[in-house]
Design a protein around this ligand. Sequence first.
Ligand SMILES: [Zn+2]
Length: 332
Amino acid sequence: MLYYRPQAHLNLMDYGILVPLKDERASLSLKKLACEHNFQKALRIGFLKPDDLKQVFEASFIDRLWGKELEQEIIKTFELINANGEFHRYDPLLKKKDFSQLRDSILLQCEGTLESCQLALKNQSFVYHFGGGLHHGHYDHGSGFCLLNDLVLAVVLLKKQGLLKSAWVLDIDAHKGDGTAAMLRDKKWVKTLSIHMKEGWPLDSDRLDEFGKLKPCFVPSDLDIEIQKGEEIHYLPRLQEGLEKMQQQYGLPDLCLIVGGEDPWQGDGLPGSALLQLTSEQMLQRDLMVYDFFKKNAVPQVWTLGGGYGELSWTMYYQFLAELRDSQREKI
Ligand SMILES: [Zn+2]
């Protein structure tokens, strides 16, 4: 099932934020699949309120997002001011919409991930959500273009509602799911696997503070797989090994949420993800490997977009979905 909520349209350029993260990732993929009018729409809109978020995130952080500190929180999350106090990849003159609309769109994406999980659990099936995957979002702050962590929000609320007993969050984006790992570290019923670039962002390794004291920043996922630059050949075997290890160690979950970022692709437009350079074929094999693993084991799976930058990133989402259709794995 393809799930899309056009109301959650997110085009950062509309806010003067010069990051090529485009909502066309969804619309172009749907068009090429000839599914522009044939996808699961949102069942409910606007049902998540700040009080619901406070069940998962720090209350004062949520208050800031709905208060006059919103602009500061967005600036921090998208790193719009550099160390010299100058605007960085941000031009307020190009801003066409208010930041409150950006926050609301992100909230709608969170709803989308939650609803996708509910649908996947209800139908014991595959749901592809054209949104979400905001894996750098933390308990008390946004980070790395991710204001609110939709993955953690969804699994924790579903657990509280008694709709699942166990879950995995599988992160195949180029960047480590650091926010997810940190927020879920004490929750034994949910397990995290992240396969990502060994070097580069997020800069969460332990480091010295201004007093020369070691500041612990690194929070491991339950399983982290780090791929060194130039070692892409090992990516697929190590991912397969990781999935099997998770199954052996923790058993299969009631639901798996996947951050299907397309930024490990060599054609991706974000310079910061250039340390991982998977070919189009490797990307397809990656996605099918994950899909087949959960399908074979009858685990409901929800995919989210995660990172994917530049004009062509949508082609990677498309090729996976087209293959699911053409190989008759899914009716799309
Ligand atoms: Zn990424």
